[in-house]
Design a protein around this ligand. Structure first.
Ligand code: SF4
Length: 702
């Protein structure tokens, strides 16, 4: 029997990046949690069962090329590379560089995200790159940049939360999506200071029951009104930290005037939240604020607030409230976004976003372009300008002036994009769809070429957690014969494409290059290296030199705008983009389940998780179900003007009677995103995942 090896690494799934230890012996891989400040020795069911991914029976271990019979058939790496390079050359010579597009993912390591952004710009010469993080936290990123001049999910350690007197969670269901994080809010709940805005009585909202706090169960799409109502009461009851606002904030007067109209009674009419609850919640926040001698308060947003066609404004309303209370940039208080994807934070910092270069630099900033070009060893003019956000990129696939080739890395957009059926149709119009993945997905099923890749425990790299803390991912097991890591794939393709820039296959070298490219940028990793992370603790960015200790807390002295002040923006409610009407009289809201992650491509093949949550469902209030003649378990169709999803009914009073909920982890008939709305936020490009008008009926009415 070979001796066991023990490797410390982090979970393959969400942004909490729980620390785990993998023990590998002849019997397989065993997962144990490690004590770490974010997970404090905890893992959720996904983390505990993550080793099952490494032995997935349908693992892809050879490149696949679609043959004349329309089937994906095994091929050699050379055959796959040759087909890709030949098609890219033909398409670009006929239709220009931007006829080739790249779609990345928020689960890629920092090194892969960096290499992918560089590959798109200098090996393919295309501006058409974006990633699925656009579907995740882009509204919070846009609002954070607008307010603070910088976006880092949590600009403070997660462990700070427990010291506060109050926490307002806006559309974040962390008790279900990242259960170990509940340890951080539990002390606040014990003090009765947990406030949750959510149209659903989620497990997180249920924490407010029995004296834990207040659940504001607003009508879908009206979070911004609730936030304006809270600000109104804060102003009316002299809860504004006037000294802080005068010293540290621009834009207050317009916001103050605008909030005047949002009396709690008006908020109640617009949202369904009782005026008394609005007042109680605001008083809780005021009492917790440092200006009133409280221990501190936090306001946190999640996807429920952000995944809207006006998500940036909703998050801005949350930030305005936090600034009025004097919370951001103070130890023990603040505003933050609870990022979702495993490397949602790092994924948006290193250049796979349409408008950004490494270091979170703007791609149209001449100085940033010059700096990055010098690191890449290319002429500055070789770096294309900004591309287009993900929804627009996907909507233009196969069109006359749109991309004809698409390369997908770490994503399953035919399940995860809004109006997913339309995305499937667009993909069918491509000359070539290339998908890198380690297991089959709904997107690999449409591919012309599938490239089999390594997965988390088979590769080294770094991830940046929701706190902006850079963590080491270590290799614990050898990958199966036949697969390659994406750094190697990008290197090989870049070489065949005749790229001027060199691409390393060694993750530590890529990190060193990333550190150089990010130096002086907002997300400055210049002081970060694999060796340093291996020898010491994880580092919070910015970390500009090898001697710098990193920055756990941002904004303590100044915000990142030139004058050091935060900016409030006067935001107003807008009607739901696809609102109720006679033939679509109910709202659909979508979200996540404890057992599944993103499009479910990984978790839907882990037996224990599938046993617990085998398929999608339609959660419907018993009163609505009775009105519609729907019984528990009956197949129900949910139809919008885009399409229909079909799944069994689950009767529950966790949803409002005017609303149904579907998890978005499932493809096929139960694909919730066949129904959702592709309308996008004009600032962030975030699609309207969270609310649309639908009709709901039994599949086969009696
Ligand atoms: Fe932790 Fe998230 Fe992994 Fe669960 S999925 S173990 S919460 S990192």
């Amino acid at each position: 029997m070979a001796p066991a090896t023990v490797t410390d690494t982090h979970c393959p799934y969400c942004a909490l990046q729980c620390a785990m230890r993998l023990t590998v012996d002849d019997t397989g891989v065993t997962v144990e949690p490690r004590d770490f400040p974010t997970n404090r020795g905890g893992l959720c069911q996904k983390g505990w069962t993550s080793a099952a991914l490494l032995t997935a029976p349908d693992r892809i271990t050879t490149p696949l090329i679609r043959n004349g019979a329309g089937e994906l058939a095994p091929a050699s790496w050379d055959e796959a590379y040759d087909l890709i390079v030949r098609t890219v050359a033909t398409v670009q010579s006929e239709s220009g560089s931007d006829a080739v597009a790249v779609f990345g993912g928020g689960g890629l390591t920092n090194e892969k995200a960096y290499a992918l952004g560089k590959f798109a710009r200098v090996a393919l010469g295309t501006a058409m790159i974006d990633y699925n993080g656009r579907f995740c936290m882009s509204s919070a990123a846009a609002a954070g940049n607008r307010a603070f001049g910088l976006d880092r999910g949590l600009p403070f350690p997660l462990a700070d939360l427990g010291d506060a007197d109050a926490i307002l969670l806006v559309g974040s269901n962390l008790a279900e999506t990242m259960p170990p994080a509940v340890q951080h809010i539990a002390p606040v709940r014990e003090r009765g200071g947990l406030i949750v805005i959510d149209p659903r009585r989620t497990p997180t909202a249920q924490l407010t029951e029995d004296g834990g706090g207040i659940h504001l169960q607003a009508l879908p799409g009206t979070d911004i009104v609730v936030l304006l109502g809270l600000l109104h009461v804060v102003i009316a009851e002299a809860g504004v930290d006037e000294e802080y606002v005068a010293e540290r904030v621009n834009g207050w007067e317009a916001v103050r005037r605008s909030a005047a109209q949002w009396w709690p009674e008006a908020v109640e009419r617009a949202t369904g939240v009782p005026a008394s609850q609005i007042r109680s919640a605001a008083r809780e926040l005021i009492a917790a604020s440092p200006a009133r001698g409280g221990r501190g308060a936090y306001i946190l947003t999640g996807r429920g607030a952000e995944q809207h066609a006006h998500g940036t404004d909703t998050v801005t309303a949350a930030i305005n409230l936090a600034l009025a209370l004097g919370l951001p940039g103070r130890v023990g208080s603040g505003y933050g976004c609870v990022t979702g994807q495993g490397n949602g934070q790092g994924g948006r910092e290193h250049g796979q976003k349409a408008d950004q270069l490494p270091g979170y630099r703007k791609i149209d900033d001449p100085a940033a372009r010059q700096h990055v070009a010098s690191v890449w060893g290319v002429d500055v003019d070789a770096i294309p300008g900004p591309g287009v956000p993900a929804v627009e990129l996907l909507s233009r696939l196969g069109e006359a002036d749109g991309p004809r080739v698409l390369m997908v890395h770490g994503a399953n957009p035919v399940v995860s994009a809004p109006d997913a059926a339309q995305v499937r149709r667009r993909m069918a119009a491509l000359d070539l769809l290339v998908v890198c993945d380690f297991v089959p997905s709904e997107t690999t099923q449409l591919a012309d070429v599938v490239l089999p890749i390594t997965q988390w425990a088979e590769e080294a790299g770094t991830m940046t957690s929701l706190e902006g803390r850079i963590l080491r991912r270590h290799k614990a097991v050898e990958p199966p014969t036949g697969v390659r890591d994406e750094l190697t794939i990008l290197h090989d393709l870049a070489e065949r494409l005749g790229s001027e820039a060199a691409f390393s296959v060694e993750p530590s070298e890529v990190m060193d290059e990333l550190a150089l490219a990010s130096a002086g940028g907002v997300a400055d990793y210049a002081g970060v290296s694999h060796d340093r992370l291996d020898d010491g603790p994880p580092l919070y960015w910015p970390c500009p030199t090898p001697e710098h200790e990193g920055t756990p807390r941002l904004f303590l002295d100044r915000f990142a705008h030139a004058d050091g002040k935060a900016v409030m923006v006067d935001v107003r409610p807008t009607p739901v983009d696809d609102d109720l009407r006679a033939d679509a009289p109910m709202y659909l809201i979508t979200g996540r389940l404890l057992q599944h992650y993103q499009s479910g491509a990984q978790t839907r093949r882990v037996r224990a998780l599938v046993k617990a949550q085998p398929h999608g469902f339609v959660q419907i209030h018993p009163v609505a179900a009775q009105r519609l003649g729907i019984e528990e378990g009956e197949r129900v169709q949910v139809t919008s003007s885009r399409g229909t999803a079909v799944a069994p009914a689950r009767l529950s009073d966790e949803v409002r009677p005017d609303t149904v909920f579907m998890p978005f982890h499932f493809g096929g008939d139960a694909c919730a995103n066949d129904v959702t709305n592709p309308a996008t936020d004009p600032i962030s490009g975030m699609p309207e995942f969270k609310v649309c008008a639908v009709s709901v009926s039994r599949l086969d009415p009696a």
